[in-house]
Design a protein around this ligand. Structure first.
Ligand SMILES: Cc1ncc(COP(=O)(O)O)c(C=O)c1O
Length: 389
């Protein structure tokens, strides 16, 4: 292999807008390029390396498990899968879960639960799922269909039917979209890809109220907001609301692929034998790592520490002249700029040794949850220099 970038571009479908950087190794929130350049990562991949790069406890658990038994089919039992399920259900208060390999798969499972719950109870004709304008739920055909952005509804026709998009924070529009064909309302508490916008309390409360009143399932897509990202295990805790079904992925794997669909008692047994499955879902290596993610984040004071560091970063950002607004919740941060363009900021940060993300017109930050104050200060200094240039 001559050159990693050339080889990639020659042989891997060009579905990503990549930066011309080859990442080679990392530790904590610091990652090194193959050319020796050092970066502070304010993106954690895209919110996945929740404990930073190569966290010792996580890496040890993964390595130990890979040498013990790296895979069993789901026709057998294994300890890491059971341990993770027990821990996650205890921490979240959900009854049962299903393991997939990605956020999209977790959401596919949630969609299936909603439609079957309704079918089992009410028969055909109650299959509509309301999602929100500007939402993002994944790249499979069903989750693209669930995604409330026209830009994703091209080329791949026909999309899956019976999705309806209500305007975020618009209770009147939500009521207009409701009828007796609706079986679920699916939301992100903070729209991530859609521009890092947190939903308003009254809107979330109304969704919960409607769902209770009409026996509609409330689905929370916490693929990006979940597992400590906002300073709580799940963002729903900020709202004092618990969805019937919550999905998570990204951060729970610490960098390995996993998607989890959690269901409350009401719908925990909707999917029975043969109704759903995944060859790799709940893989022992991935689950052994995820147990360490939960142990680390569940330790005393860790959530409070994430919330405190996030607050520090938000305050520092809001002091910068070029910053119009800081949006999102906790360590899920959107920076609305006054004059600069987010892609230019991303490029300038990269040159100075800081990795950031963008969402719509905003700069987006999803730092590792375990980032040290020193790394946070160093990255913030670079970002300030770029924004003040
Ligand atoms: C809220 C939300 N849902 C679903 C997904 C899809 O997750 P994955 O890429 O793991 O399929 C994402 C990814 O960005 C997301 O942010």
């Amino acid at each position: 292999m001559k050159n990693i970038i050339e080889t990639t571009n020659a042989h891997i479908m060009s579905t990503y807008g990549r930066s011309d950087v080859v990442l080679d190794n990392g530790s904590g929130a610091t990652v090194h390029g193959a050319d020796g350049k050092t970066y502070i990562d304010f993106g954690s991949g895209i919110g996945t390396a929740s404990l930073g790069y190569c966290n010792q406890a996580w890496a040890d658990a993964v390595c130990e498990q890979v040498r013990k038994i790296q895979h069993t089919s789901n026709l057998f039992y294994h300890a890491p899968q059971a341990e993770l399920a027990e821990k996650l259900c205890a921490m979240s208060g959900y009854e049962k879960l299903f393991y997939g390999n990605s956020g999209a798969e977790a959401n596919e499972c949630a969609i299936k639960i909603a439609r079957k719950y309704s079918f089992d109870k009410y028969g055909k004709g109650r299959s509509t799922i309301i999602t929100l304008v500007n939402s993002f739920h994944g790249r499979t055909i069903a989750t693209l269909s669930a995604t409330g952005q026209d830009v994703f509804h091209n080329f791949f026709f026909p999309f899956v039917g019976d999705f309806r998009y209500a305007k975020a924070n618009d209770i009147a529009d939500l009521h207009e979209k409701l009828d007796d064909t609706v079986c679920a309302i699916m939301i992100e508490y903070v729209q991530g890809e859609g521009g890092v916008m947190a939903l308003e309390q009254a809107f979330v409360d109304e969704i919960r109220r409607i769902c209770d009143e009409k026996d509609i399932l409330m689905i929370a897509d916490e693929v990006q907001t979940g597992i400590g990202r906002t300073g709580k295990l799940f963002a729903g805790e900020h709202y004092g609301v618990k969805a019937d079904v919550t999905t998570c992925a990204k951060g729970i794997g610490g960098g390995l692929p996993i998607g989890v669909c959690l269901a409350n008692q009401k719908c925990a047994d909707v999917l029975g034998k043969g109704a759903h499955g995944s060859t790799f879902g709940g893989n022992p290596v991935v689950c052994a790592g995820a147990v360490k993610v939960l142990e680390t984040l569940g330790a005393d004071g860790v959530m409070e520490d994430i919330a405190k560091k996030a607050e520090w970063l938000r305050t520092e950002l809001s002091k910068i002249d070029e910053v119009e607004a800081v949006t999102g919740l906790g360590f899920m941060i959107g920076i609305q700029l006054k004059t600069k363009k987010a892609p230019d900021v991303l490029k300038a940060c990269l040159e100075k040794g800081l990795l950031v993300l963008t969402a719509k017109e905003k700069v987006r930050l999803l730092p590792p949850l375990t980032i040290t104050m020193e790394e946070l200060q160093e990255g913030t200094k670079i970002l300030r220099e770029v924004l003040e240039a």
